[in-house]
Design a protein around this ligand. Structure first.
Ligand code: SAH
Length: 252
């Protein structure tokens, strides 16, 4: 049996090895980004910041501490990956700020989980680089993630390949029509904001399910909206203002 190298490299000395000369290249040099092996500590700091900003669900904090955000952005941006900022991912799109990702997933979970603490099937509209899909894979049983731009769908596939997440299903298509084959969903989360929530989403939402999505208000501002389906009725709540890329129909 071959053992895969552990990541990050052991800093605790690890098992006894012949002593290497002190001047040997540090293990950190293995990463061209400079974030590499130190990333766990940087992520832990990001998680502390998220907690200070009010994110309290331990499952969300654990997921944010696990997924290596720096692997989802261009090498040139990797050193900004753990700052609370959105970053370009190509084709005019952006990866959301960690704080927004954590907040939205926390809203999605909102106490509705199984005995293992997991949400059921989740639909994500707007795969982008695949980062949020990876975070969702830690807290949901299945993640169906739809992207309308071929270039980003392919990029997400590439970014997620090494993680081998069997519960993440990447789909190329228009997420405005949802993804009927995976329905009904315990949660639907959108990373792009339109004028209204597409009817397909509320149709494909399970009883007791929740949608968390940015929606453009009549004043032209985007706000985070939570929709809950209970006894066949939809309850809308409008929360804080947000800035997401536009939800567009069709594929490109
Ligand atoms: N969750 C992503 C954020 C991507 S930004 C991440 O972690 O990287 C939002 C994405 O939504 C963009 O890639 C955009 O192309 C996509 N998008 C916009 N309208 C869409 C639609 N109707 N269906 C699927 N994806 C859509």
């Amino acid at each position: 049996m071959t053992r895969r190298p552990s990541f990050p490299a052991r800093l605790d000395g690890g098992p006894a090895r012949p002593a290497a000369p002190r001047a040997a290249a540090p293990a950190v040099a293995a990463s061209p980004t400079g974030v590499g092996l130190a990333s766990q500590a940087v992520r832990a700091r990001m998680v502390q910041k998220l907690a200070a900003q009010g994110v309290s669900d331990p499952r969300v904090l654990a997921a944010m501490g696990t997924v290596e955000r720096h692997r989802f952005v261009d090498t040139a941006l990797a050193n900004q990956a753990y700052e609370d900022t959105s970053l370009p991912i190509g084709l005019g799109q952006t990866i959301s700020k960690p704080n927004v990702v954590a907040r939205m997933i926390e809203l999605l979970l909102a106490g509705r989980t199984d005995a293992q603490g997991k949400l059921g099937r989740v639909l994500e509209v707007g795969t982008g680089c695949g980062y949020q899909a990876a975070v969702l894979s830690c807290v949901a049983t299945e993640v169906y993630s739809v992207e309308r731009l071929r270039g980003l769908h392919d990029k997400a596939r590439e970014n997620l390949r090494h993680l081998r997440l069997p519960n993440v299903h990447l789909l190329f298509g228009d997420g405005m029509v949802g993804y009927a084959k995976g329905a009904p969903y315990a949660g639907i989360i959108a990373a792009a904001g339109g004028e209204a929530l597409p009817a397909a989403w509320t149709d494909q939402l399970a009883e007791g399910g929740r949608i968390v999505a940015p929606v453009v208000s009549p004043g032209g501002q985007q706000a985070l909206v939570v929709v809950e389906k209970a006894a066949g009725q939809l309850k809308h709540s409008v929360l804080e203002s947000v800035h997401f890329v536009p939800l567009k129909s069709g594929v490109a």
